[in-house]
Ligand binder design. Structure first.
Ligand code: ZN
Length: 329
């Protein structure tokens, strides 16, 4: 009993949210609220279970208590966050290098941000390292907009938390087809980038899409986008054949999911005060992620050509950005 009480005192003192951590989380959730309402037109995006951690503590924001940890009152420090005129419960626990996720998986506290599901795939949760862990990453040491990057990546993943329909479609496809590589948003790149022809085609269509974006004449803008779509079509007819025809659907889904999430991240970076150029640079990073880079271009185009595109790529409807844009060109 004494041990438990001491553990409680230690955990509660160590893992009560400090003011700067509390402000960071509240600011980030408010940013998500702004982007989801103003840019994604999500009227009420329910907050998922959010698991945030630093080197010492894990904070469960808005947890589904009956399902997983924290279960014992002695283990955590409870507090509340305030954002969007609501209060959200937060439970802080000392993790001792081992974090239990809502789906019972265990992870160590390293640089990561992702969305996954629990409760038989019915609910989503989001995991993210706090800024103190990002600041220690060697490849980010020179990033001047690191704080904006961390928030934008959080917004990217929160967008995925609203992609239930696409996740359901992906689960069905993954079960039905035998893919030789990891089934994630890089699957087309990982499978086909060995082909120089395929890579060239992808690069040409991506560059045409970004050219279309910078074109001010609307006719020329449409023509450049059409050219990009023609090249995409030819690429798919050549490479997505036989058992590989499913890649058309897979590519459409990942371009839509990654594009929407990257577009939301781009809007978040702009809302944080970055210029269009700096926001694009921050979100595209090294420009080597096919589905994310081409996806972002597609959504930037959709935003200039298709009013109210948001109603079609969230919620019950799960139309791909390719089908949507093809109709608009
Ligand atoms: Zn993503």
């Amino acid at each position: 009993m004494l041990v438990l009480m001491m553990a409680n005192t230690t955990s509660a003192q160590t893992c009560l949210l400090k003011n700067n951590d509390r402000e960071w989380i509240e600011h980030t959730l408010t940013l998500w609220q702004t982007v989801s309402r103003d840019s994604l037109s999500l009227k009420s995006a329910p907050l998922p279970w959010i698991v945030l951690f630093d080197e010492t503590c894990v904070w469960h924001v808005n947890p589904d208590l009956p399902i997983s940890t924290p279960q014992k009152a002695v283990d955590f420090a409870k507090t509340k966050l305030s954002f969007a005129r609501k209060f959200v419960d937060v439970y802080g626990i000392a993790h001792e290098g081992n974090i239990t996720l809502p789906d019972k998986r265990q992870i160590s506290p390293q640089l990561m941000t992702f969305v996954s599901s629990y409760n038989g795939g019915k609910k989503n949760f989001l995991v993210s390292a706090m800024p103190s862990i990002w600041q220690k990453a060697p490849h980010l040491k020179t990033e001047v907009n690191l704080n904006v990057l961390v928030r934008s990546v959080f917004v990217h993943e929160m967008t995925h938390a609203n992609h239930r329909n696409f996740f359901d479609a992906l689960n069905r496809i993954e079960k039905q087809y035998a893919f030789s590589e990891g089934f994630d948003d890089d699957i087309v790149q990982n499978h086909f980038s060995k082909s120089e022809d395929f890579s060239k085609s992808y690069e040409t269509e991506r560059d045409l899409l970004y050219q279309a974006l910078s074109e001010t004449d609307i006719q020329r803008k449409r023509q450049l986008a059409k050219n990009a779509f023609d090249i995409m079509q030819a690429r798919r007819q050549k490479f997505f054949v036989g058992n590989g025809t499913i890649y058309t659907q897979v590519e459409n889904i990942f371009l839509t999911m990654e594009g929407a999430a990257n577009w939301a991240a781009y809007r978040a970076a702009k809302a944080e005060g970055l210029s269009e150029t700096d926001a694009l640079k921050l979100i595209c990073r090294d420009g080597k992620q096919w589905s994310q880079d081409e996806g972002l271009a597609l959504f930037l185009l959709a935003d200039s050509l298709l009013p109210a595109w948001q109603n079609k790529v969230f919620g019950k409807s799960a139309v791909s950005i390719i089908d949507l844009l093809q109709k608009a060109l």
